[in-house]
Design a protein around this ligand. Sequence first.
Ligand code: LMR
Length: 394
Amino acid sequence: MFETLSKAPGDKILALMGEYAADPRPTKIDLGVGVYKDEQGTTPIMTSVKKAEQQILSSGKTKTYLGISGNKGYGAAVLDLALADSVDRSRVRIAQAPGGTGSLWVLMQLVNRARPGATVWVSDPTWPNHNPIAENSGLTVKTYPYFDTETRGVKFAEMLAALDKLGKDDVVLLHGCCHNPTGANLTPDQWDKVAASLARSGALPFIDLAYLGFGDGLLEDAYGTRKVISSVPEALIAFSGSKNFGLYRERVGAAILIARDAAQADTAYSQLLNIIRGAYSQPPDHGAEIIRVILEDPQLRAEWEAELNAMRGRMIRLREKLSEAIRQRSNSKDFDFIAAHRGMFSLLGLENSVVEHLKAANGIYMIGDSRINVAGIPEDRVGELADALLAAIK
Ligand code: LMR
């Protein structure tokens, strides 16, 4: 049977994790995969998460099934966190799903049931896993203009012009905040324009909300999502708890659908649950239960928010330090965009040969398109990193 298969391409982000791990140089720097790192370069379990886990361990009485939609308390808490009162809940349904990726997967399957082969418009560039998830679900992927390689900001006029041409059979994948891989994000005013365009065209917004709280704050980062869903009749959201709760390997996310009315929401939700049952039956609970416990307990929630704020503050500080170090050394503002970007990533706009050189010569690892994870910048070696970057682009 297997002789019919040829080798599948590896995932460039996960492959780089392996390359980095195998590099014996003690001075190596990991700016690759999108996981948060602290001053020591580790990805610790958040204290609020530890406390929630202790509660769960001591009070848990059963591991029986929860059902296809997963942990209901978690679902309600995620809706409060991400959507608040931006849309009438009678039109909203949520199913816990394994990570942001699992959420994207089941929602893409749902789109393909509603509009087989529909076109999903993704930003140019986008997270490299968006394409296979959509294509493996039977959908067609096309791109809309997004990143301006000159300014390293958003080509907003071109983006909007492209969105304005779409129709009601199209799906538009938007990064709710903290754009991956570029770090360039829409302003509130630009979100207003995107929402108005989608309301006019009838294209379906599909929001990937994987980094809520990693950009400017929980409220600020939810602005775009809330604006869009309060402006249109239908929308999809893939939520992830991997980054903001540091629960990466627990695979905790949620697939959210918003329909025209309660009856259509019920119908679409029955299809979503049918997709889940036919794929993995039910989601794993542990990560969802942790998030439920944290969000339902005011003290733990405050502790989690403080930890999240500290992580975000550190990433912003690292952005500023690296920009500043490069500016001082080069006497140019060419890399000031790193400080202006938000979230975990910045796309530096370097040639692939420069990226390869930095890896081979300096042990500095970034994704091949020159995306860096700013949380991976060692704070005490910012100058060294700036020197290496400047030497490599000379
Ligand atoms: C990333 O973009 O690095 C993360 O979302 C991890 C992943 O699965 O690619």
